[in-house]
Design a protein around this ligand. Structure first.
Ligand code: GLN
Length: 254
């Protein structure tokens, strides 16, 4: 950002005034809680560096574990059919395409601004040599979504909006992450209810489902998944600090 290599910065004093001013301005913005990833325009996620900025949710490290679980479900399947519902920057979908080269991945995003970032990152990854991810503008609760994939999908994965309305979130989240990526109704699970209907329809019998959730939803979400009657092997998984973080299940035979 200063236009000077890191080593030069450490060993010499040759940062020009304009660069120093730009850096000070960035520091001011960071002090005002603009996310660091918006200032650099980049967000690291697993093996990728995604383009991010205003209008798209900044991917979080917790979600890297959901991808780890998802990859484990795909081992031994040459060309798994994968759907990421609510893709945002494309962190999950593009990581799966990168780390499982045979995967046929579709990324769905309803927010017209966010989907521009999904498309941008998908184009960058395809140009870098990963198998192309199909990006679709659509609502994960739409009964007509991806009808052509009904009953054929090996894995549905999602980091949906799950923050309960009125919950306190940090200022940099409230001010800079898109509302559509955060808020999930009174108990935070409104979007997830529709997601479960879509997932039950898309997944083949035995197909895997993985959904990220808030740390207070470690019982409510598994109960909701069981309550549909469409899934077996419902389990919940903690993140690296031990907080309940995502629920997984398998589509039962119909
Ligand atoms: N974990 C996010 C946060 O930082 C919420 C993400 C979501 O709703 N999917 O608030």
């Amino acid at each position: 950002m200063l236009g000077v290599a890191r080593t030069a910065l450490l060993t010499r004093d040759d940062v020009d005034d304009a660069a120093a001013d730009r850096f000070a301005a960035l520091l001011d913005q960071r002090a005002e809680r603009v996310p660091l990833q918006h200032l650099t325009g980049r967000a690291p996620f697993r093996h990728l560096e995604l383009a991010v900025g205003p209008g798209v949710f900044v991917p979080r490290p917790e979600t890297e574990q959901l991808v780890e679980w998802a990859l484990a479900q795909l081992t031994g399947v040459d060309e798994p059919v994968v759907v990421d519902l609510g893709a945002g920057s494309g962190a999950i979908a593009l990581s799966l395409a990168h780390e499982h080269p045979g995967a046929r991945v579709t990324a769905v995003e309803r927010d017209p601004q966010a989907v521009e970032w999904t498309r941008h990152n998908a184009a960058l990854r395809a140009a870098a040599g990963d198998r192309a991810v199909t990006v679709l503008t659509g609502d994960m609760t739409d009964p007509a979504l991806l009808r052509d994939l009904d009953g054929t999908v090996d894995l549905v994965v999602s980091n949906p909006p799950y923050v309960p309305d009125g919950a306190r979130v940090p200022r940099e989240v409230a001010d800079h992450d898109p509302p559509l990526a955060l808020w999930g109704g009174p108990d935070g699970l409104d979007v997830v209810r529709g997601l479960l209907t879509t997932a039950a329809r898309l997944l083949r019998p035995g197909g895997a489902l993985g959904i990220e959730h808030a740390d207070q939803q470690g019982s409510a979400l598994p109960a909701l998944v069981r309550g549909t009657g469409d899934f077996t092997d419902v389990a919940d998984h903690p993140d690296l600090v031990g907080r309940p973080r995502f629920t997984t299940a398998r589509r039962s035979a119909r």
